[in-house]
Design a protein around this ligand. Structure first.
Ligand code: PLP
Length: 394
C-alpha cells in the first residue's frame, strides 16, 4: 500500500479513462465458439494484409543501414514530397514538403497537435459521439474536451450554430473526424467549409482528422475544398493515418498538414517525443503512395460494399436500428432500452460471438448504441450477422 509520503501522479492523467479496447477484447475471450467463428467488429483494423510488394519494400528498407540512423525531425524528404503531391491531387491546391510532418501514427499526430494548440484550462470542441483517444488526450493535458452533441436525425453531422454557441474565450480548436469514427458519417463539403469559416472568424483552429479519407463512397474523390483556400494555413490543420488505407497499423505512420510556422512549433514536440519518425516504414510508404494505388482503390470499393451488406443483414432484425453506416463504421441503436450498452456488447460477445464496442466508449449520451467496425471482416462474415443477432436476448 502507498504510504502517506508516496509521490503523487498527475491527477489529470488519473482522471483519464482506461484504454477501452482491451476490456472489449476480454469479453470475446469468454465466447465458447458455439455459434461459429468469432466476428470481431471491435477495433478499426484493416481486415486483410497489404500487398506483398509493400512488405518486400519494407524488408529492403529495414535492411539498409541508412534506416538505422536518426532522420529529419518532421520525416524523410521522399515521403514528405510524395505525401504533399498526394494531398495536392486530393484537395487541389499545392502543398510543399515543408507543410507536411510525418508522425508515428495519427494518434501521435493528434497528441502533438493538441500540445501545440492548447494548454491546461483551455477547451477544445469535440463532436459527440467522439473518438475516445481524442477525449483522453485532452483530459490528460488538462484541456477540457467540450462535447458538441450530434443529432442522429441529421446523420450525426455536427451543426455549426450549435458549435458556435459553445465557443468561449478559452476555446482553442474544433476537431472534426470525417469520415467519422465511430459513426461512419461522411460530412458534406459545405459543412466542413462552414466550420472552417466559423473557426477563421472566431480565431480558433479547425483540426480535421481524415484517417478514413481513402474510404469515401464511390464518386466522392475530393472530401472538401478547405485546403484549396489561399488562407487555410492561418486556421486549419489536417491529420492523417497510413494505418488503414495501406493496411499497416503496426508500422505507426501518420501525417500532419499545416502551415510552416505551425509545423516549426510542432517540430519541437516531435523532437522531444520521437526525434524522428521510424525510417524503414517511411521509405516503403513513400513508394506505395503511387505504386499500390490500384490495390487501394479495390480495397475502398470492397469496404464500401460492406456498408451496404451490413444494412441488408440488419434489415430483417426487429428492434435493431442502423443509425448510420458509411466508410469503415456503422453505428446502431440496440433494442434493450434499459440495459447498459456495455452489458449488451458483453452478452453479444459471450452468447453469439459478435464483438462490437458499446456507445459510452464514445462519449456522453451514447448508452443505447453500439459501434460496429464493418471493415474488419470480409463480406462473408458481415452476411452472417443477421443470423447471429436474430433471437438474441439478455
Ligand atoms: C479517427 C482516428 N484517428 C486516429 C486513429 C489512429 O490512427 P493511427 O493508427 O495512425 O495512430 C484512429 C484509429 O482508429 C482513428 O479512428
Amino acid at each position: 500500500m502507498a504510504s502517506d509520503h508516496s509521490p503523487a501522479l498527475n491527477p489529470d492523467l488519473i482522471d483519464t479513462g482506461t484504454p477501452p479496447i482491451p476490456e472489449a477484447q476480454g469479453w470475446a475471450r469468454a465466447y465458447d465458439g458455439a455459434a461459429g467463428p468469432l466476428i470481431d467488429l471491435s477495433q478499426a483494423v484493416p481486415g486483410s494484409p497489404p500487398p506483398d510488394a509493400l512488405l518486400e519494400k519494407l524488408a529492403a528498407a529495414a535492411a539498409d543501414p541508412a534506416a538505422t540512423r536518426y532522420g529529419p525531425i518532421t520525416g524523410d524528404q521522399a515521403l514528405r514530397e510524395a505525401y504533399a503531391a498526394e494531398i495536392g491531387r486530393i484537395y487541389g491546391g499545392s502543398f510543399g514538403p515543408g507543410e507536411v510532418a510525418i508522425t508515428s501514427g495519427c494518434n501521435q499526430a493528434y497528441v502533438m497537435t493538441m500540445m501545440a494548440l492548447a494548454r491546461a484550462g483551455d477547451n477544445v470542441l469535440l463532436p459527440t459521439p467522439w473518438y475516445f483517444n481524442h477525449e483522453m488526450t485532452l483530459t490528460m493535458l488538462g484541456v477540457e474536451a467540450r462535447p458538441l452533441p450530434c443529432d442522429p436525425a441529421a446523420g450525426f453531422v455536427p451543426d455549426v450554430a450549435t458549435a458556435e454557441a459553445l465557443i468561449d474565450a478559452r476555446t482553442r480548436a474544433i476537431v472534426l473526424v470525417t469520415p467519422n469514427n465511430p459513426t461512419g458519417a461522411v460530412y458534406p463539403p459545405e459543412t466542413i467549409a462552414a466550420f472552417a469559416a466559423l473557426c477563421a472568424r472566431r480565431g480558433i483552429w479547425l483540426v480535421l482528422d481524415e484517417t478514413y479519407r481513402d474510404f469515401l463512397p464511390a464518386g466522392i474523390d475530393s472530401p472538401h475544398e478547405v485546403f484549396a483556400a489561399k488562407d487555410w494555413r492561418d486556421s486549419v490543420i489536417g491529420l492523417y493515418s497510413f494505418s488503414k488505407a495501406y493496411a499497416v497499423p503496426g508500422w505507426r505512420l501518420g501525417a500532419i498538414t499545416a502551415g510552416e510556422p505551425v509545423l516549426a512549433q510542432i517540430g519541437k514536440v516531435i523532437d522531444c517525443v520521437q526525434i524522428s519518425p521510424v525510417r524503414a516504414g517511411q521509405a516503403a510508404v513513400a513508394w506505395a503512395i503511387d505504386a499500390i494505388r490500384p490495390w487501394r482503390e479495390e480495397n475502398r470499393a470492397a469496404i464500401n460494399q460492406r456498408a451496404e451488406l451490413f444494412r441488408q443483414a440488419m434489415t430483417p432484425l426487429s428492434g435493431w436500428r442502423v443509425l448510420s453506416a458509411g466508410a469503415y463504421f456503422a453505428y446502431v441503436a440496440h433494442p434493450f432500452a434499459d440495459v447498459p450498452a456495455a452489458e449488451v456488447a458483453q452478452a453479444l460477445a459471450r452468447q453469439r460471438g459478435v464483438l462490437a464496442l458499446p456507445g459510452p466508449y464514445f462519449g456522453p449520451g451514447q448508452e443505447n448504441h453500439l459501434r460496429i467496425a464493418i471493415a474488419n471482416v470480409g463480406a462473408d462474415r458481415i452476411g452472417l450477422l443477421g443470423e447471429r443477432l436474430s433471437g438474441f436476448a439478455i
